[in-house]
Design a protein around this ligand. Structure first.
Ligand SMILES: O=C(CO)[C@H](O)[C@H](O)COP(=O)(O)O
Length: 303
């Protein structure tokens, strides 16, 4: 749709709510880029500049821009509600967290009723973003997005890529949701491939095979580099339990894909693998084992 690539847009003063792993690093990157950032977090040990939302709003001049980087769901809902009460007409809120895109419309409507704008931004690159920049997927009106362009230009990675205005309200979080679905599928493929290499008697050095693919191979990628790095430290990953959490976005993507009639078997399998990893001694497999025993006399393993 709209590709954004303009540079050299000056600096801004902005509020940052949420100074955890993401918000703190983003504030640091913005300050290093010459912006003025006033940081607030509920934790007194966060390195915050002000100790309340009221103080944050008071420290910014109208028309204000405030970036919200708190966990999706309740914490984001509550923060946006409070900002709705505190901010003035013409102010702008940016939700940079992993909010479900279907929630953005409600947030935008409630804020718009008070004359406050909302831009939703999907943000990737985790703990590496401070140094390398964040891929930013942006949703909202052209006018609101333009207002925070200096911030977006500083947060994005150097070069032409890493920033897209994907559409109206919710489009940024929608793009990020799909990004995370792809992330699941890619990680699962790497994981399954490595598990087979490690299980085979023929392969003497599975970690070195992975390492060798980092250059000149079709599957070279940052995730492969990260896997090679982890295996270099611990080829059997003995320090890591074989369980992985999932925090929602891929589940939402699959639900939307089902509605759209778009099959997503690779990504869905990756989600199932993570969910299964969380369940010890699953009831589903108890039932399967019990039925095998019942119809075929196949022995079951006891607890
Ligand atoms: O957005 C991200 C990376 O792109 C976050 O790391 C996200 O939390 C990953 O999702 P999950 O917790 O479900 O693995």
């Amino acid at each position: 749709m709209r590709q954004t690539s303009r540079k050299g847009c000056g600096t801004m003063k902005i509020g940052m709510i949420g100074l955890g792993r993401m918000g703190k690093n983003m504030a640091d990157r913005l300050r290093a880029g010459g912006h003025q950032v006033v940081g607030y977090d509920i934790s007194p040990n966060s390195g915050r500049d002000v100790d309340s939302l009221q103080a944050l709003v008071g420290a910014l001049e109208a028309p204000r821009a405030i970036w919200v980087m708190v966990p999706a769901g309740g914490p984001t809902d509550s923060t946006l509600d409070q900002l709705g009460d505190l901010l003035d007409r013409g102010d702008l809120v940016v939700d940079g967290g992993n909010t479900r895109y279907t929630q953005d419309q409600g947030h935008a409507k409630a804020l718009a009723a008070r004359g406050i704008g909302l831009v939703d931004v999907g943000t990737s690159n985790g703990i590496w973003g401070r140094q390398d920049g964040y891929a930013l997927m942006v949703g909202g009106s052209d006018e609101d997005v333009e207002r925070i362009r200096p911030i977006l230009e500083t947060l994005k990675p150097a070069g032409d890529s890493g920033l897209v205005h994907a559409g109206g309200t919710g489009a940024g979080h929608y793009a990020k949701m799909v990004h995370n679905g792809i992330e699941y599928g890619m990680m699962q493929a790497l994981a399954e491939g490595y598990a087979v290499l490690e299980a085979s008697d023929l392969i003497e050095n599975p970690d070195e095979v992975i390492d060798s693919w980092r250059k000149g191979s079709v599957i070279q990628s940052w995730l492969l580099d990260l896997l090679a790095q982890s295996l270099r430290q611990d080829p059997h990953l003995a320090h890591v339990a074989g369980r992985a959490e999932e925090t929602g976005e891929t589940k939402w993507m699959i639900a939307d894909a089902l509605e759209l009639g778009v099959p997503t078997p690779a990504i869905t399998t990756a989600l199932y693998a993570r969910q299964s990893s969380q369940i010890q001694d699953p009831m589903t497999m108890k039932v399967v084992a019990a039925l095998r025993e019942a119809f075929g006399g196949h022995p079951v393993q006891s607890e």
